[in-house]
Design a protein around this ligand. Structure first.
Ligand code: AMP
Length: 115
């Protein structure tokens, strides 16, 4: 059996983490290494999907629930606008293979790098 992911361990209270939102199927934690005033991770409770490609194919409704939670976090903890980032694969920056979305809000204009 594989070990639970770091996110599941936070959800289960085994390691500390600030849970910002929680529904039947999705939860959000504050990122430990924030890149913006709001930097949350929105995570399905299931570990069944490694990345957003698998999730979109397997359960698009769950992906929609993640987007709804991202919007809610941006409204409650930032100005309502947000960047939503999924890293897919190690070479694209993914380090935890339990699908999660980064929600960034109140981003300083000077830090809007790339595009
Ligand atoms: P990724 O690199 O896209 O897989 O994102 C993983 C994210 O998890 C990174 O932004 C990390 O800062 C974050 N992270 C790792 N450990 C923890 C933790 N214990 N609590 C909160 N966030 C974490």
């Amino acid at each position: 059996m594989t070990e639970p992911s770091i996110f599941t361990r936070i959800l289960n209270g085994e390691i500390p983490g600030e849970i910002l939102a929680d529904t039947d199927r999705v939860f959000a934690v504050r990122d430990i290494d924030p890149q913006a005033p709001l930097h949350a991770l929105v995570i399905p409770k299931t570990e069944q999907y490694r990345d957003v490609t698998e999730l979109a194919e397997g359960d698009p409704g769950l992906l929609a629930e993640m987007v709804a939670m991202a919007k809610r976090l941006a409204t409650e903890h930032a100005n309502g606008e947000y960047r939503l980032i999924f890293n897919n694969g190690a070479s694209a920056g993914q380090s935890v293979f339990h699908v999660h979305a980064h929600v960034l809000g109140d981003i300083e204009e000077s830090k809007l790098v790339g595009f």
